[in-house]
Design a protein around this ligand. Structure first.
Ligand code: SAH
Length: 204
């Protein structure tokens, strides 16, 4: 079933071999509530706890590809959720810091990931709009909730040559990549429309 899922995301345009291998390896069904087990290897988003969703595998792969990860990269994720995207980043050899604002999900995922052998550097309960200044700068930052605007602290916490991948918009979001070219200069590229649960502010 996982191989079929890899074939599906490949057909949709995912080229990076390491990203495909990670999707082919991670047991996505274990990240989902039991009522959705039958659907775990469909290329669809599904509900997890606290009215949140586990992202569609294609979306996870697409965002991960845009990060241009190398082993040992320091990566910040906003929106830990089920931990699936975090597991993909760990699988690719990144040092992962991930922030979640829902207490229930934060606790559940903090317990769960090590059981599967995934050890992010740090899972944080808090508000991702602020980023994680004490661990900055990052090689890349990935936002996995729909952001109404680009939080300035996230741009500020990138290394030069670092990448921020963030879906921007309200109803639907445009996948957007920022690359920091110098301390003051960013280039921006857009990659089509996606749908995420909203990135909420100051309610952790
Ligand atoms: N990466 C997750 C996707 C979860 S959906 C996965 O692979 O399963 C998006 C998550 O972002 C939700 O869990 C939601 O609670 C969280 N979120 C929303 N706004 C946030 C914020 N300001 N800071 C941190 N997390 C936030």
């Amino acid at each position: 079933m996982r191989q079929k899922l890899v074939d599906t995301i490949t057909a949709k345009g995912i080229k990076n071999e390491n990203v495909r291998a990670a999707i082919g390896k991670i047991p996505r069904h274990l990240f989902m509530d039991s009522s959705f087990l039958d659907h775990a290897y469909q290329d669809k988003a599904f509900p997890i706890a606290a009215e949140q969703t586990i992202s569609q595998p294609y979306t996870v792969a697409f965002q991960t590809e845009l990060l241009a990860l190398e082993k040992g990269h320091k990566v910040l994720e906003i929106g830990t959720g089920s931990g699936y995207q975090c597991a993909v980043l760990c699988e690719l050899g990144a040092k992962v810091y991930s922030i979640e604002r829902q207490k229930e999900l934060f606790k559940k995922t903090s317990n769960f990931l090590p059981k599967l052998g995934y050890r992010p550097k740090k899972l944080i309960f808090g508000d991702g709009y602020k980023g994680l200044p004490e661990e900055a700068p990052f090689d890349s930052i990935i936002v996995t909730a729909g952001a109404p605007f680009v939080p300035k602290p996230l741009l500020a916490q990138l290394k030069v040559d670092g990448r921020l991948v963030i879906p921007i918009g309200n109803e639907t979001q445009t996948m957007t990549l920022f690359i920091r070219k110098s301390p003051k200069e960013f280039v921006k590229q857009e990659f089509g429309d996606f749908r995420f649960v909203p990135m909420l502010e100051n309610k952790a």
